[in-house]
Design a protein around this ligand. Structure first.
Ligand code: GDP
Length: 445
């Protein structure tokens, strides 16, 4: 199996956590850091003397300074004069990520009693469902699906993970469970919308990522394949979230039944053009063990799991298992269940890819839809404004032409009156001339 080994780093003291499950080692790590820092400062000062006093003084000085980043292994310049230093970039990224911590949100969907909470507790070695209240039969008739969010901070070898489990109690419990999927799609969309709003805001540095990175959908072991309600939900969710199918309580089935159920489920998905989370192709330069593990993980889908939070002793070994009259089901035995494969996939090998797919595929789809809706809305608004301005311009033109028409009418009237006046003046002139001529003739006589 491929070892997922982080680059070697000086140990740093992890910041204290509210519910960190592991503590210990902090003081030692701090001391280690102190000596690394002291050594780095000593080297920076060009002091190669390994004198204890000097080291102590330098360590004192180091306390007052911000911690130094890991000092790259400086090669001997005699050996390699072409060394630039960017080979430490992965270390820088690693250190920054470790400091920041990781966030992962897992949605768990399936009807109650399928072993969801037991499995989550077995996966993350916690007890996320301490105060759970079981609904009675009457409650279930009208029961609506709710969303319940539980967060726990876990730490392993200095790496902090903020795990959020989104449960959907009541899913598929009511007699009419047609709308169970709606609660899930609304929740997923809501988280995307919140992230989109935060990302478009002013303070983008401390955005909390609550987007759902993976949805574990529990299929009951007692059906022949997927039911209509399973298909309804998966069809509506598969373009929004990475869906991973899990056959719960797989100890109810024998090996042949598990194989047949898996085949029929995969066939149903294909017939309905549903695409669940796609495992990325394994890089060709990976070692054979890793490639083999990758093949096995892919071949196990949907994972047939058995969960248990009980530790039993089998042949002198403590195992997580279920005790039956005829024997023990060892949850972590690959012959009994796909539990270990699911845990490897979800936590050790594909957690980051699930996050990347959420960011690059599902969130991008949502973002593209949002942007297209916003631009369509803006276009509609602009069109409306344009229409309004055109109609107001048209009104203005109409008003102008009406005034012009009135003015023209008045002009015409004035012109007519002036004509009449001219005619009258002409007549008066004529009359006056005729009278003058008359008077002249009278005088002549
Ligand atoms: P949830 O309602 O889906 O969260 O189911 P629970 O985890 O509360 O489990 C319901 C019951 O099934 C409990 O009595 C569990 O002990 C039992 N159970 C859980 N996982 C398994 C399993 O893998 N196989 C069997 N046979 N029983 C299980």
């Amino acid at each position: 199996m491929k070892q997922q080994q982080p680059p070697p780093l000086p140990q740093t003291q992890p910041p204290s956590l509210s519910q960190a499950t592991t503590g210990g080692g902090g003081g030692g790590a701090a001391a280690a850091e102190g000596s690394v820092v002291a050594h780095a400062i000593s080297s920076l000062n060009g002091n190669n003397n390994n004198n204890n006093n000097n080291n102590n003084n330098n360590a004192e000085t180091a306390k007052c300074r911000p911690p130094l980043y890991p000092k790259p292994k400086t090669p001997s310049f005699d050996k390699d004069r072409d060394y630039i230093g960017f080979a430490t970039l992965p270390e820088q990224v690693h250190r920054k990520s470790v400091k920041r911590g990781f966030e992962f949100t897992l949605m768990v969907v399936g009807e109650s009693g399928l072993g969801k909470s037991t499995l989550i507790n077995s996966l993350f070695l916690g007890d996320l469902y301490k105060n759970r209240q079981m609904p009675n039969v009457e409650d279930r008739i009208e029961k609506t699906t709710r969303v319940e969010k539980k967060t726990m901070d876990i730490e392993e070898r200095g790496v902090r993970l903020r795990l959020t489990v989104v449960d959907t109690p009541g899913f598929g419990d009511a007699i009419n469970c047609e709308d169970s999927w709606r609660v899930c799609t609304q929740y997923i969309d809501e988280q995307f919308r919140q992230y989109f709003t935060d990302e478009s805001g002013l303070n983008r540095r401390n955005i909390q990522d609550n987007r759902v990175h993976c949805c574990l959908y529990f299929v009951p072991p007692w059906g022949h394949s997927l039911r209509q309600m399973d298909l309804d939900l998966i069809r509506r969710l598969h373009r929004k979230v990475n869906i991973v199918l899990v056959i719960g309580k797989a100890d109810c089935l024998n090996k042949t039944e598990v194989r047949k159920l898996k085949e029929r489920i995969l066939q149903d998905l294909e017939d309905n053009h549903i695409q669940l989370y796609q495992f990325p192709e394994c890089d060709s330069d990976e070692d054979d063990d890793f490639k083999q593990q990758d093949r096995e993980l892919k071949a196990s889908i949907p994972f047939a799991v058995v969960g248990s939070n009980t530790i039993l002793e089998v042949a002198g070994k403590k195992v997580r298992g279920r005790q039956y009259p005829w024997g023990v089901v060892n949850v972590e035995d690959a012959e009994h269940s796909d539990f270990i494969k699911l845990r490897t996939f979800l936590i050790s090998t594909h957690m980051q890819d699930l996050k990347d797919t959420t960011q690059d595929v599902h969130y991008e789809n949502f973002r593209a839809q949002c942007i297209s809706q916003i631009s369509q809305h803006a276009l509609r608004e602009r069109g409306k404004l344009k229409r309004d301005s055109i109609s107001s311009t048209n009104g203005f033109d109409a008003a102008i032409s009406e005034t012009d028409r009135l003015l023209l009418q008045k002009d015409e009237e004035i012109r007519r009156m002036q004509d009449m006046l001219t005619q009258m003046q002409e007549k008066l002139k004529q009359t006056h001339l005729m009278e003058m001529k008359k008077n002249d003739s009278v005088i002549d006589v």
